[in-house]
Design a protein around this ligand. Structure first.
Ligand code: BGC
Length: 750
């Protein structure tokens, strides 16, 4: 019963709620619903996973993907979508997800997850976008904008630094602030500032010892005060530690229901005076605002077109696949010709999504084998041999023999390999990056039987390509393609579609080259991000390490020429103009990548960093100018002492290319910098005092003409002298500045 027909505004509701009702609103009512307050017309909202499809459980709820859910379109998970580097596509996929969410009367889709792929072993990498925060952030922002354009919300997760599954509920991520800011928070920041997700989900882990769910710096200072987030913060399912500490830190809603325990703790804390009513009200208001935003969609859920969404899922999978290798143009397969042997169980029984909370019950499921048969119907014979059983670690001799015979008799072999579902899932990390031995053995046998082998991969996180990649003609990385992935693979193999995906993560030659080796997954409750900023290609490129496939790499059935690189001041920053020409015979899409390097910085910086990209589709012979804007942040680093973003004056390299290892054009730009002044302290080194724009002159003046001047600027010993804190030099006999003068100098300088 409500006492009014028109819903009350959040402020009016807040004024009428009792203390008990307020506290109850900060808790779930079951696995997937918030609490209602019926007397005031506050409905219980439903939130469900995501993120690459809706996982709305119809019966018994759980958050681990155990119980069935209503059919929904299963788009490619983020590992695939990210490889499209296609902001416009992500927006459309988001809109479709939003329509399905709305049609099911769900108010918030629990995703996307924008955690960085720090280690290739993270069990949830299939759900995450990239090892690069700009790419992850911009793609996820488009997805969020798309979903929310349909009047339903998203939950940006897992905030923050949830980069592994081992001990995910308790591990302390030990990481310096600069690394956090430049790598692990950036994707979140981009999504929040560009798309304002309705909710943000805090992660399970701790950061430098503090649970994300009770970290005021993370949840309030950075998220709300610095980035301007105005939505609701929800706990990951079971991430609450001490409930009232969470509320104080900025964690509004506990999910799933704490069965009243959280509510009671909040009430007790209010009564004890350790939680203020103002803090409680602020959290309640965030819940009420979410209810308010959700009302329109709940009143008019609408429907969606299952076929159209399936077609979009196919388009998305097509754009997500990455052609890693294509020797002698073995692909696309000619429309007519000899027998095509399709080998591998994954061609018939696709592996198309990961396991755990994101597992979607698809509306239908395409397999590549049927799609290829349909594609070549009447023109080429397509024969099949399963070759292996995905979850069986022992080879099945009969299947292998059949696969070898089938391969030997064919003109070309398309061999479907990939990770069994049990290899990658939420809840645990991978043990290695190799394909199963059974599949690798089969590969060797097939290659020996037929030199024309095309490998199609199905995996949510990178697999080791060495040394076998040299024995096959082509590799198409299909990722986990979602429910229409099979059709997409057939389109790409047959040339109906031109591959256009690009790697959103580096494939190392060997897992041991990865910078986290030795610091993953941590020990005794701590994981140390010792590689700092040098995650993914930032590491491989800074170290000049060979890689199996570079970040940003991906081939096409056509070629692209780059020309006319020029820089111009634009409205929002520095515009990088470059002309791309389709120099081949078929239409195709190129992803233009802009990397910035700052090799003369006063702090260590990665060799180069992706700061912008643009996807362009061109007919054969067509040229188009692409413009990528670099804003101030593209040149900044996080200054650990000044504790702010800083652009340091000097020269920056602008590199434009088709991957981090395929730079086609480069130029430089001189920037004035924003004149950051490192704050001085009494014990700052003499060199720091001398470099200070105000104090420096005063110190130099006092030294002038004394032997100390000579010593401090001596070409040999000066460096050692300047590294002595000024305060200690003042106590040396004969030093021309007295210790007592320093506080005054310091005050004048600040
Ligand atoms: C996962 C979240 C998910 C939640 C609800 C958690 O275990 O980490 O990503 O949204 O469960 O299912």
């Amino acid at each position: 019963m409500t006492d009014t027909d028109v819903p009350l505004s959040p402020a009016d509701l807040l004024a009428r709620l009792t203390l008990e009702e307020k506290a109850s609103l900060l808790d779930g009512s079951d696995f997937w619903h918030t609490q209602p307050v019926e007397r005031l017309g506050v409905p219980a909202l439903m939130v469900t996973d995501g993120p690459h499809g809706l996982r709305k459980q119809s019966g018994e709820g759980d958050h681990l993907g155990l119980n069935a859910s209503v059919p929904a379109t299963c788009f490619p998970p983020a590992a695939g979508l990210a490889s499209s580097w296609d902001v416009e596509l992500l927006q459309r996929v988001g809109e479709a997800l939003g329509r399905e969410t709305r049609a099911e009367k769900v108010s918030v889709l629990l995703g996307p997850g924008v955690n960085m792929k720090r280690s290739p072993l993270c069990g949830r990498n299939f759900e995450y976008f990239s090892e690069d925060p700009v790419l992850a952030g911009d793609l996820a922002a488009a997805l969020v904008a798309g979903v929310q354009s349909q009047g339903v919300g998203t939950s940006l997760k897992h905030f923050a630094a949830n980069n592994q599954e081992t001990q995910r509920m308790t591990i302390s991520v030990d990481v310096d602030e600069r690394t956090l800011r430049e790598i692990y928070l950036t994707a979140f920041e981009r999504v929040v500032t560009k798309a304002q997700p309705w909710t943000v989900m805090c992660s399970y882990n701790r950061i430098n010892g503090v649970y994300a769910s009770e970290d005021p710096w993370l949840l309030t200072r950075v998220l709300r005060e610095e980035w301007g987030f105005d939505g609701l913060v929800v706990s990951d399912w079971g991430a609450v530690n001490v409930r009232e500490d969470g509320v104080r830190a900025g964690l509004d809603l506990e999910m799933p229901s704490s069965s009243g325990a959280g509510t009671q703790r909040i009430l007790d804390a209010v009564e004890a005076g350790t939680l203020s009513i103002e803090t409680l009200d602020a959290a309640v208001l965030n819940v009420l605002n979410l209810v308010e935003k959700s009302r329109a969609a709940l009143a008019d859920p609408g429907t969606f077109d299952v076929d159209a969404h399936h077609a979009l899922a196919r388009e998305a999978a097509t754009r997500s696949a990455v052609l890693l290798k294509n020797e002698q143009d073995v692909l696309p397969l000619a429309p007519t010709g000899g027998t095509v042997a399709v080998v591998g169980e994954f061609a018939r029984t696709p592996r198309y999504q990961g396991a755990g909370s994101s597992q979607v019950n698809p509306t239908r499921l395409d397999d590549a084998l049927s799609a290829l048969r349909a594609q070549f119907h009447g023109a080429r014979e397509v024969v099949f041999a399963a070759g292996y059983e995905p979850e069986n670690e022992d080879a099945n001799a009969e299947l292998v023999a059949e696969a070898v015979a089938t391969s030997a008799a064919a003109e070309v072999v398309v061999l479907f390999l990939g990770l069994p579902a049990s290899y990658e899932s939420e809840g645990y990390d991978r043990e290695h990056t190799n394909l199963p031995p059974v599949q690798l053995d089969l590969l060797d046998r097939v290659v020996a039987a037929n030199p024309n082998v095309v490998v199609v991969l199905a995996n949510g996180s990178v697999v080791n390509l060495e040394p076998w990649q040299h024995s096959v003609k082509a590799i198409l990385e299909g990722w986990l393609g979602g429910q229409a992935g099979g059709g997409a693979i057939a389109d790409l193999l047959s040339g109906v579609a031109n591959p256009s995906g690009r790697l959103a993560e580096t494939i190392p030659v060997n897992y041991r080259d990865n910078p986290t080796v030795g610091n993953f997954p941590g020990e005794q409750g701590h994981v140390r991000y010792g590689e700092g900023l040098l995650i993914g290609y930032r590491w491989y490129d800074t170290r000049s390490l060979p890689v199996a496939a570079a970040f940003g790499h991906g081939l096409s059935y056509t070629t692209f020429a780059y020309s006319g690189l020029r820089l111009a001041a634009g409205e929002d920053g520095l515009d990088v103009h470059v002309t791309i020409t389709n120099s081949g015979d078929v239409a195709g899409s190129e992803v233009v990548q802009v990397y910035v390097s700052d090799t003369e910085a006063s702090v260590a910086r990665p060799e180069q960093e992706l700061k912008g990209f643009s996807r362009v589709t061109l007919e054969p012979g067509e040229s188009r100018e692409v413009v990528v804007t670099l804003d101030e942040r593209a040149f900044s680093f996080w200054h650990s002492t000044a504790r702010r973003w800083v652009v340091e004056g000097g020269e920056f390299g602008i590199r434009v290319g088709a991957s981090s290892r395929d730079i086609r054009l480069a130029t430089t730009v001189e920037l004035p910098g924003d004149g950051v002044v490192t704050p001085l302290a009494l014990d700052s080194e003499a060199g720091e005092w001398l470099a200070h724009p105000v104090a420096g002159d005063r110190v130099r003046g006092a030294l002038a003409g004394t032997p100390w001047e000579e010593m401090l600027f001596d070409p040999h010993n000066g460096q050692m002298m300047r590294a002595i804190p000024l305060v200690r030099l003042t106590r040396f006999p004969g030093f021309p500045i007295a210790e007592t003068e320093l506080p005054g100098l310091l005050a004048d300088a600040s």
